[in-house]
Design a protein around this ligand. Structure first.
Ligand SMILES: [Zn+2]
Length: 263
């Protein structure tokens, strides 16, 4: 039994979370598949990328030009959005709003999509947390912003984790492993986060790291309830026939998009 379902109208295919059916008149959240040309290249100019939102915008009944799309650079920078801004958001990896009809979009190709919704304060956050963003704790910082700026209580916040690269496929060498060990030394040995593999590349032995689990631990630490974390449990690499994956597609990889807005 999965906690998501798929909608496909012949022009666009999206993943949606079961839990949000309860709030379907309040909030929309979709994550695109790689079908029907719904892919985005990171080097695409933002306006070019917006034209690629036409099909999914039609499906969502929104104006593609209203979509707020930051230029993500693996920062921990979050922006609270107050209007449909035509200005380019540079070096921003998370968007937050409590205003209706502002579609917030982020793109992913293996990185972890973290989406938040507080049904009490009616606020959303759409966060791109790659492994670098995870080391910078951008998901935790998004929740902290929801608490500080929007008066949210952690126990009310729902968290949704989209398709991303999972532990068995996220292989790194010593240098990257050491960063995680140092940053998360408080809990890294308490959980099964890092595993030594029998794989080697030109840089030596490879380790697998569970970045999704790190995000979940950080979120639970700040008070998000276990039962309010809804993980698609999908790996983009295992499902590279369905989703874009940077590691599966190589240098010409494209990205999936998560679009979220209040109604
Ligand atoms: Zn996988």
């Amino acid at each position: 039994m999965t906690n998501y379902y798929i909608e496909d109208n012949g022009e666009v295919r999206v993943l949606k979370f079961n839990k949000l059916k309860e709030f379907e008149d309040k909030v929309e959240l979709v994550f695109t598949f790689n079908t029907y040309g719904n892919g985005f290249k990171f080097e695409d100019d933002i306006d070019v990328r917006k034209t690629k939102f036409i099909k999914v915008s039609k499906y969502l009944n929104i104006n593609s030009l209203d979509i707020v799309l930051p230029k993500q650079t693996h920062t921990d920078c979050l922006k609270c959005i107050k209007n449909v801004s035509k200005t380019n958001l540079i070096d921003v990896d998370g968007l937050i709003t409590d205003i209706k009809n502002i579609p917030l979009a982020t793109t992913f190709a293996d990185c972890t999509p973290l989406f938040f919704y507080d049904p009490i304060q009616n606020v959303i956050a759409n966060v791109h947390s790659g492994w670098v963003g995870t080391t910078k704790k951008i998901g935790l910082k998004a929740v902290q912003t929801l608490i500080d700026v929007y008066d949210c209580k952690p126990k009310n916040i729902l968290c949704f984790i989209g398709p991303c690269i999972r532990k068995d496929h996220f292989l790194v060498n010593d240098d990257c492993k050491n960063i995680f060990e140092e940053l998360f030394k408080d809990f890294i040995n308490k959980y099964n986060i890092i595993e030594i593999t029998d794989k080697f590349n030109e840089k030596g032995r490879q380790y697998s790291i569970d970045t999704t689990l790190i995000n979940k631990i950080l979120l639970k630490d700040i008070g998000i309830l276990e039962e309010n974390i809804f993980d698609s449990e999908l790996c983009t690499m295992c499902n590279s026939d369905k989703f874009h994956s940077r590691r599966a597609e190589g240098i010409n990889y494209e990205a999936n998009t998560g679009i979220m807005f209040l109604k």
